[in-house]
Each structure stands twice: as structure tokens, then as C-alpha cells.
Design a protein around this ligand. Structure first.
Ligand code: ATR
Length: 263
């Protein structure tokens, strides 16, 4: 039997086991996918289990996507560029770290038939997921990527890797075609991002990486003012699908049941 795992801290709320175990079942695979809360000191020993084939694949979530890197043998080019790993596998006795968040975001945007090419994108947040989103936006040929973060030094750090981005002050909302919330603001009910929606105009895309709650205040306000809103649910499902495909060499389907599982 193959063992898969998602690690993080906290991890109770992760929906990855639900999703992966559903795909394992419908594909009649002899495998199980569990979640494990870890401390940073336990990462090294965990990777040993991958090397010894006790664990066949790991998904990594907050706060270990970067901290796990020193224990891996090799990074994919995507993981290297973003310094972020969410998928681990063994290939020819080498423990590889990859990042499927980039593909997850790209496929989610393509799924709603939004064409990023030539667009001006405002990215809010410079935390763990932001490098993956920037890389995806660049691949999709965004015309301009503006980044705004409460702690500006973090945005400046990102600019060292992604020279194409431009930094704007936190609180300033310049003109844009697409705005992305990659901060954690909105996870809690009473949280809001300070945007004057009356000045934004209409026909823009508001994308929130958050999918629980399914409609943050950011998305609600966007829709009320004649803009399109999309949450992070499809990104989450597509990143999981990409990991599953790497580990099991088959592409699991995304059907109504899958969409319902992530609620
Ligand atoms: P990490 O910073 O550890 O990678 P994250 O959850 O990936 O954590 O990122 C949190 C993001 O939400 C950051 O961009 C953070 O801004 P700071 O870099 O200034 O901390 C942003 N964020 C969280 N709470 C916020 C708040 N109250 N106001 C504005 N931004 C906030």
C-alpha cells in the first residue's frame, strides 16, 4: 500500500485528504492519504522516510513550503524559482521538490476563460503563495504585475527574484484589470481589505486565493460593483490534481463530486 501525506502546522482544516482519498478510491488504487501536524525539527526525519520508500508522496503546506527545501535532493525549476515546494516525490532514488501551485493558479484562470495576456494585475500580499502567482502571471504574459504588501520589505525581496514586478504602497489602489488577494485577510469573518470600490470601475476580475469562506468581503464587494469574482477553490483542486498525477501517473477527474468535497 502506498502512503501519502500532507504536512503543515496547523493541519486540521486541510481538505487535501478528502480530495486525494476520493481520487484513490474511484481509481481503485491501493493507497492512503493522511494529514500530519509537524514541528520544523521533524522535517529531516520525514524526508528520510521518503528516501526509504515508507512514504510515497508528500504535500507541503503552511508554514513549511520553504523550510523543507534544505532536506531535499533536487528542486524542479518552478520550485527553485519560487523557493516554494508543495509536492515531494522520489525519482531514481532522488527526493524531488516541485511546486504545483503555479499550475493550479494557471489552470484555474484558464478554466474561467480569463485571458491574462496584456493585462495589468495588482497583487495584494507578499507571503507564501505570492511567488507562485507571480510566476504563473508572467508565464501567462501579464503586461504589468504590481505588488502591494503591508510590509514593503517583503515585496522588495520578491522583486530581487522577479525583476518584472513593480511595487506600490500598501493602501494605494492604482488602475488595474485584475486584482488578486494573496493576503490572509478575509479568512476571518470580520476582516476586510481597505479598497474604495466606488473608484475601481467595473468589468474587472477580482480573484481571492481564499476559498473558505467561499465568498470573502473582497469578492462580495467586487460583485456588487459590477466586477467578476473568483475564489481559490479551483486553484486548490488543480494543484492537488497535478500532485496526484505526478505520484500515480494518472490524471484524476474533476467532477461535481470533487467540487462538492471542497466546501
Ligand atoms: P507568511 O508571511 O508567513 O508567508 P502568509 O499567510 O503566506 O504568511 O502571508 C500572509 C500575507 O497576508 C502577507 O502578505 C501579510 O502581510 P505582511 O507581509 O505585512 O505580514 C498579509 N497580511 C496578514 N494580515 C494582514 C493585515 N492585517 N493587514 C495587511 N496584510 C496582512
Amino acid at each position: 500500500m502506498k502512503n501519502f501525506l500532507v504536512i503543515g502546522n496547523p493541519i486540521e482544516h486541510s481538505l487535501s485528504p478528502k480530495l486525494h482519498n476520493y481520487w484513490i478510491k474511484i481509481n481503485n488504487l491501493n493507497a492512503i492519504y493522511n494529514k500530519k501536524k509537524l514541528e520544523i525539527s521533524e522535517l529531516e526525519i520525514l524526508i528520510k522516510d521518503v528516501r526509504e520508500r515508507k512514504i510515497h508522496g508528500i504535500n507541503v503546506t503552511v508554514p513549511f513550503k520553504n523550510n523543507i527545501i534544505p532536506f531535499l535532493d533536487k528542486l524542479s525549476s518552478e520550485a527553485e524559482k519560487t523557493q516554494s515546494v508543495n509536492t515531494i516525490y522520489l525519482k531514481d532514488d532522488i527526493v524531488v521538490g516541485h511546486n504545483t501551485d503555479i499550475e493550479g493558479f494557471e489552470l484555474a484562470i484558464k478554466n474561467i476563460k480569463y485571458d491574462v495576456s496584456g493585462k495589468k494585475v495588482l497583487l495584494l500580499g507578499a507571503g507564501g503563495v505570492s511567488p507562485s502567482i507571480i510566476l504563473a502571471l508572467s508565464k501567462m504574459r501579464a503586461n504589468k504585475i504590481l505588488i502591494s504588501n503591508r510590509t514593503q520589505s517583503k515585496a522588495e525581496n520578491l522583486k530581487k527574484t522577479f525583476k518584472e514586478i513593480e511595487i506600490v504602497e500598501w493602501g494605494a489602489i492604482p488602475n488595474f484589470d485584475m486584482i488578486i488577494n494573496a493576503t490572509s485577510l478575509g479568512l476571518k469573518d470580520n476582516e476586510n481589505i481597505n479598497i474604495d470600490y466606488s473608484k475601481v470601475g467595473s468589468g474587472k476580475l477580482f480573484y481571492d486565493v481564499i476559498y473558505n469562506p467561499s465568498e470573502t468581503k473582497f469578492l462580495k464587494s467586487a460583485k456588487k460593483t459590477g466586477n467578476k469574482g473568483e475564489n481559490g477553490k479551483k486553484m486548490f483542486i488543480y494543484q492537488a490534481q497535478a500532485s496526484f498525477k505526478i505520484w500515480n501517473s494518472l490524471e484524476p477527474t474533476i467532477d461535481e463530486k470533487v467540487m462538492e468535497l471542497v466546501n
